[in-house]
Design a protein around this ligand. Structure first.
Ligand code: HEC
Ligand code: HEC
Ligand code: HEC
Length: 179
């Protein structure tokens, strides 16, 4: 490892130790999971987003809890997409360990500096007249239940919809085992 990447690594460890002391103690990703390098983003499923934000890196490799970013999931029908401020809290320090990460993280910093938050494309969207009481499902199914409806988001480089929304609304999904 070069000195340069060592310094980047320390930055990550510091930022993560502030947010997640347990994860940072090992100095490695807590999960033991290493997200793949992706060279051809055109082949990924799901809509292309304005910043290539990877759930497999954040929620998978670095084990940032879903609720750290989607914090209103237990209290609102809108789980909410985090504000750039949440991103910048880490990316003020974490600049990225590869050229492609650096380029995408620069977009986060620019969005913060220019007060122009990214306009994320919605992946799941029910027709406007259907109200899905997200928080009530989480109350019953628990905060670990996300994959029941959304699949293994923590392995997705780009989020896509795994089940039809109609099937998500079937009451038999709402049991704890989701079967
Ligand atoms: C708790 C800390 C933390 C938060 C919060 C966070 N990140 Fe990251 N992010 C990281 C770490 C660690 C990496 C890996 C850096 C590396 O090794 O290149 C990373 C990598 C990235 C990358 C490059 C890899 C990729 O995903 O394509 C982008 C882009 C990125 N983050 C965007 C965001 C955005 C947008 C947000 C807010 C929605 C955000 N991050 C919130 C810690 C965080
Ligand atoms: C570091 C912040 C962060 C973490 C941690 C995170 N997310 Fe996200 N999530 C985002 C952002 C930003 C978007 C919007 C961009 C996108 O779709 O990738 C998003 C989008 C989504 C979407 C698609 C929303 C839509 O438009 O329909 C789902 C589903 C989702 N996240 C689930 C999860 C789950 C499940 C976890 C935990 C395994 C998780 N997220 C962890 C930031 C985060
Ligand atoms: C019972 C099925 C179900 C479960 C469990 C579930 N979701 Fe969802 N989620 C949905 C549906 C359906 C939508 C689309 C809602 C709409 O369009 O109004 C959605 C939408 C979302 C969105 C996008 C909404 C927005 O505001 O842009 C995010 C983010 C999200 N879910 C995150 C999560 C997270 C994190 C968890 C786990 C804590 C979770 N979901 C658990 C069914 C579920």
């Amino acid at each position: 490892m070069t000195k340069r990447s060592g310094r980047v690594g320390a930055g990550v460890a510091i930022a993560l130790s502030i947010a997640f002391p347990a994860a940072a103690q090992t100095g490695q990703s807590a999960s033991g999971y290493k997200a793949p390098v992706i060279s051809d983003t055109g082949r990924l499923e799901g809509p292309r987003q304005p910043i290539f934000f990877r759930h497999d890196i954040h929620a998978g490799q670095d084990q940032i809890p879903c609720l750290y970013c989607h914090s209103t999931v237990t209290i609102s029908s809108e789980p909410g997409i985090p504000a750039v401020q949440t991103c910048f809290g880490c990316h003020q320090m974490i600049g990225g360990s590869t050229e492609s990460h650096k380029a995408e993280i620069k977009k986060v910093r620019d969005a913060w500096a220019n007060k122009q938050p990214p306009v994320w494309t919605r992946v799941h969207a029910l027709p406007g007249f259907v109200r899905f009481p997200h928080q009530r499902h989480i109350k019953i199914l628990g905060t670990e239940s996300c994959s029941t409806c959304h699949g293994e988001v923590n392995r997705m480089p780009q989020v896509y919809q795994v089940a039809t929304l109609v099937s998500l609304l079937r009451p038999d999904r709402w049991t704890a085992d989701g079967s």
